[in-house]
Design a protein around this ligand. Sequence first.
Ligand SMILES: [Zn+2]
Ligand SMILES: [Zn+2]
Length: 417
Amino acid sequence: AVHLHLHLHYLLRPCPPARRAGLFSSPWRSLPPLLPPVRLRSSLPAPTSHLTADGTDESGFVVVTFYKLVPLEDPRAEVAAHLQFLQDMDIHGRIYMNQQGINAQYSGPRKDAIAYADWLRTDPRFSDILVQISPALSGHAFPRLKLRYKQSLVQLEGGSCHLPLVEPSMRASPLTPSEWREKLEARKRLDSEAAGDTSEGRKLLLLDVRNDYEWDIGHFEGAKRPNVDCFRSTSFGLSEQEMDSTDPLHGVDKEKTDILMYCTGGIRCDVYSTILREKGFGNLYTLKGGVSNYLKSQGSAEWVGNLFVFDDRLSLPPAKFAEAGEEGCADNGDLSSSRWLGRCYVCGSEVEELRHRNCASIDCNRLYLCCGGCLEELRGCCCSECRGAPRLRPLLPGHQRYDKWHLYRDDASVISS
Ligand SMILES: [Zn+2]
Ligand SMILES: [Zn+2]
């Protein structure tokens, strides 16, 4: 099965086929490589304490993301030029290019990280690229540098090369974070009056196009997402007739509905909105720069919880993004003040820590949310079956992360309980 997870080949295997009974709606997922140690929430820098004025952590590392859908005539030559530029720099991450543009997520010392983005922006094709910077937790957030030509910039069944991605008119219209916030606030006012109908008889659908594990730790209030693990299993590949009636797009009036789509950084919406455009949806809007850009300028307004990120940090509270900004208009969006959101995948009770853990069973390694009680009882496993699995890692105190995958894999003496 091909999957739609954006850049998740490093984090996730394709969605496993079966869900097990007795669990909350979150499905089983397993992750191959382990995520390196991440500091305890309680030891994360407080909103203003250990961060330097420019939003870096003490090690001076930052995480940078950018993408641009633009025709590249000779992407392989571009890859070579980028590799050449980065050869003496300390950059780790995933940087992919093809005929449709570039998609990059990387970490490095601030100086190198910024120098690379600045270099790219000297190219007129990329002069207006939106570069997003957030603080690393401790050093690199990616294990190594992968910079290469890639068939599809976004993981999508059948690839995305056939889609007219570089044609801006085919994509959703980007809204700035403040425009987006206004729309959401207006929607809330209308919701309380006329159940989503605007005065002109228009409807508004707020659509989260991310995967369920991303949704589980944070999302916009009132957003909808299909009741499936992966977004690929949605109406995107289906005809109206096949569409599940629980799909948020089921029965939606393609002309009279404003569809507001969002994802982490924006590229998934650009791809999905192009697909929806081809299916005849007329009024598509997207959040420019995605949630990460929104949290930076608007704080946690309309947002509940944390943001899942596709690097070793896994989860960031809204305030982290504001800190990384030049102005630092952080509101009270830190984790402790977030409204309750997450539930333990095992027992369904509320979890405070909006950060996934890996199952202690090496052969499961599922990324899951867990309460303190279940964590103790299952010794870091995601279920009682895994608790009895042959290759278990020791339960780590707090929210430390397991050692590198291979240390367990290659170690014959891995603890068996
Ligand atoms: Zn529990
Ligand atoms: Zn497990």
